[in-house]
Design a protein around this ligand. Structure first.
Ligand code: PMP
Length: 288
């Protein structure tokens, strides 16, 4: 996958640079120890022009993640949003995936670093998990224990857990992993939150062991608007293996239907599921 071409401009600490000439020092703490934070945001070409979906929510989470990880932030939500619109305009992009990253200056000690650097780029990215129904497997890796990190922060280093889980699931022939929390309850996918449907009710797990997904919130909102009951509770894999249907949600994945979990096949026709109906509502909502 090519993330840029000769014409791509990226933002680095106040400058607009061709992607290939943007440089960083190899002594930066983010590369060595994984302390950095990022966001994954989408923009859509809407009838009213190019719009960043839930920019405020994404940049509020970005700032929150930074605070939790002791990373200095030099911009407000409005300034981040403004830079993002400039990025889209300079690259003549409409439907795009936007990646802001705050990475740290050189420091080889295990202490907070006084200065952070803002990098922002965008590329065109199809649905992260594709558009077919997914065969997923319960991972042998758990989500990081929230007593060992700020799991609600979108921190760079947390994604080694996601890479391990996704890779291990794919090596066993699945399309994606589903991770449990450290008490054995269903938590989330490596880059997406998880919902299941049973007897006309939607279930998802509470915050505490997951990234608080912005798409998760949108789906809960859309369900409520459409009189669909959502129950937020911890569930075991055995419970999920009696469900009618299931799906992942995330900015990159949007709403991705799931065919099976381990050897359990969700019996409901995806086209008749709540997930499918909300997938449609979501694709309309991002264009508003
Ligand atoms: N969980 C994890 C671990 C993720 O990386 C993501 C993607 N950011 C999500 C959930 C979904 O979050 P959102 O809907 O805000 O993109």
């Amino acid at each position: 996958m090519n993330y840029f071409n000769d014409n791509t401009l990226v933002y680095l600490n106040g400058e607009w640079l061709p992607a290939a000439s943007a440089q960083v020092t190899l002594y930066n703490q983010t590369m060595h120890y994984g302390n950095g934070i990022f966001e994954g945001i989408r923009s859509y070409k809407t009838p009213g022009g190019v719009k960043i979906f839930k920019a405020k929510e994404h940049y509020e989470r970005f700032i929150k993640s930074a605070e939790l990880m002791y990373i200095p932030v030099y911009h407000t939500v409005e300034e981040f949003t403004d830079i993002t619109y400039q990025l889209l305009e300079k690259n003549n992009m409409g439907d795009a995936y936007i990646r802001p990253l705050l990475f740290l200056d050189p420091n080889m000690s295990l202490v907070p670093v006084e200065k952070s650097n803002l990098f922002m780029c965008a590329w065109e990215w199809g649905k992260y998990l594709g558009s077919g129904l997914l065969r997923i497997g319960i991972s042998k890796f758990e989500r990081p224990n929230p007593k060992s990190c700020h799991i609600e922060a979108k921190a760079v280093g947390h994604y080694t857990n996601s890479i391990l889980a996704s890779t291990e699931a794919k090596r066993r022939g699945y399309d994606e992993a589903l991770l449990l929390d450290s008490s054995g309850h269903i938590a989330e996918g490596p880059g997406a939150n998880f919902f299941y449907e049973k007897n006309g009710v939607l279930y998802t797990c509470p915050l505490g062991n997951i990234l608080p997904g912005i798409t998760r919130n949108t789906i809960i909102e859309l369900a409520k608007e459409n009189d669909i009951e959502v129950i937020v509770k911890l569930s075991t894999p055995d419970e999920v293996k009696t469900a009618d249907s299931a799906f992942f949600t995330g900015t990159a994945a949007e709403v991705a239907g799931i065919q099976s979990l381990d050897d359990y096949i969700f019996p409901m026709d995806w086209d008749k599921s709540i997930g499918r109906a909300l997938q449609q509502k979501y694709s309309e909502r991002v264009l508003v």
